[in-house]
Design a protein around this ligand. Structure first.
Ligand SMILES: C[S@@+](CC[C@H](N)C(=O)[O-])C[C@H]1O[C@@H](n2cnc3c(N)ncnc32)[C@H](O)[C@@H]1O
Length: 337
């Protein structure tokens, strides 16, 4: 079975599509930027409305196949670029003036279920976990990083309390032979957590999340992507993010709070200052979640959270809190492999 055949068989559900469409209202036409094209679920749904144009990007070259078919169907209204969304500024010169910029974070079902990519616990293939345009693979990270760095990455990026125990086991194992497959790694983690595993998910879930985030520098990508998107949007433009785990959601929430009308006064006894240097109007403080029907049809959607905000006319700026809020993520993901 070749990769294309197996990908075609995977059922693809664009998460929270109805909510996304009702926020961006493509029936009124306009240009939309889909920063995480994947299987093209969002792009295709937008293009069904006649007055729309979509500019889509994805870092994964395998998404080109889906993009080619949309380009054939909508030659004048659809464009695709294989790129990371941290480099969204590359399309600034096109003056797209988008009505909305959309991020649907994480990996797609195509990536998860393609065993060659090494994202799943049972993969007997090379320990890869690369989404595309990467500097290193999970094999490099697992076999080359120091025990201390591995422990920190697993603890912080996986929110895994047993980071040290797991890093210890990994380093012991690799001193005898390199860890080559995801299945091997999952087995080592299962052993490390034998006495400590008291939750009903696969015991390797959090460590796999941590390694995947590190390999793809996902948090750095997200922060830079939000910055670049904020620069591209003009008055009335909408920034939408669908996230899948608490680290991502925390970044999106902090970013929107930092740049929005909900920014708090330093003391509750002081009046909230009129702030002319906001960038966004935050429509709701709380994220939207998928409806029960969607979760029933696609269990992977259960952890999705959607946040969005509407851009105003002010120019982009870095508030002084920016550095403290996000510096740790940049530092952690820039450990040299
Ligand atoms: C959850 S899927 C998106 C699914 C898509 N909304 C759909 O309806 O088919 C996420 C996609 O984002 C891509 N991606 C993740 N991080 C990225 C980044 N930093 N830059 C560009 N693409 C990224 C992944 O390669 C993957 O294809």
């Amino acid at each position: 079975m070749n990769a294309t055949m197996s990908l075609e068989k995977i059922k693809h559900y664009p998460v929270m599509l109805n909510q996304v469409l009702s926020i961006i209202s493509p029936q009124h036409g306009g240009t939309f930027i889909d920063c995480t094209f994947g299987g093209g679920g969002y792009s295709q749904a937008i293009l069904k409305f006649p007055g729309t144009k979509v500019f889509a990007i994805d870092r994964d070259k395998l998404t080109q196949e889906h993009a080619d078919s949309l380009e054939k169907r909508f030659p004048k209204r659809f464009n695709f670029l294989q790129e990371k969304f941290s480099n969204l500024n590359q399309i600034a010169k096109l003056n797209l003036n988008p009505r909305a910029i959309i991020f649907d974070l994480g990996i797609s079902s195509f990536q998860l279920f393609d065993k060659k990519r090494g994202f799943s616990f049972e993969s007997k293939n090379f320990l890869n976990m690369e989404m595309g345009l990467n500097k290193y693979s999970a094999y490099n990270v697992i076999n080359l990083l120091s025990k201390e760095d591995l422990a920190k990455i697993i603890k912080v990026l996986g929110e895994e309390k047993d980071g040290k125990i797991i890093a210890n086991k990994i380093v012991n194992y690799r001193s005898k032979k390199p860890i080559k497959t995801s299945e091997e790694l999952a087995h080592i983690i299962r052993n490390a957590k034998k006495k400590h595993n008291n939750y009903n998910k696969n015991p390797a879930t959090k460590t796999f999340q941590a390694i995947r985030i590190f390999v793809n520098q996902e948090l750095t990508e997200l922060i830079l992507g939000l910055i670049e998107a904020s620069k591209l949007l003009s008055n009335g433009g909408i920034l939408i993010v669908v996230s899948f785990h608490s680290l991502e959601d925390k970044i999106v929430k902090n970013f929107f709070n930092l740049y929005s009308n909900l920014r708090k006064s330093p003391s509750r006894y002081l009046p909230i200052k009129e702030n002319n240097s906001n960038l966004f109007k935050l429509v709701s403080k709380k994220p939207l979640m998928p409806e029960a029907n969607e979760i029933k049809d696609n269990i992977r959607s259960r952890s999705a959270k959607l946040r969005y905000a509407i851009r105003n006319n002010n120019s982009f700026f870095y508030p002084k809190e920016f550095k403290y809020m996000f510096e740790n993520y940049f530092k952690l993901e820039s450990v040299v492999v």
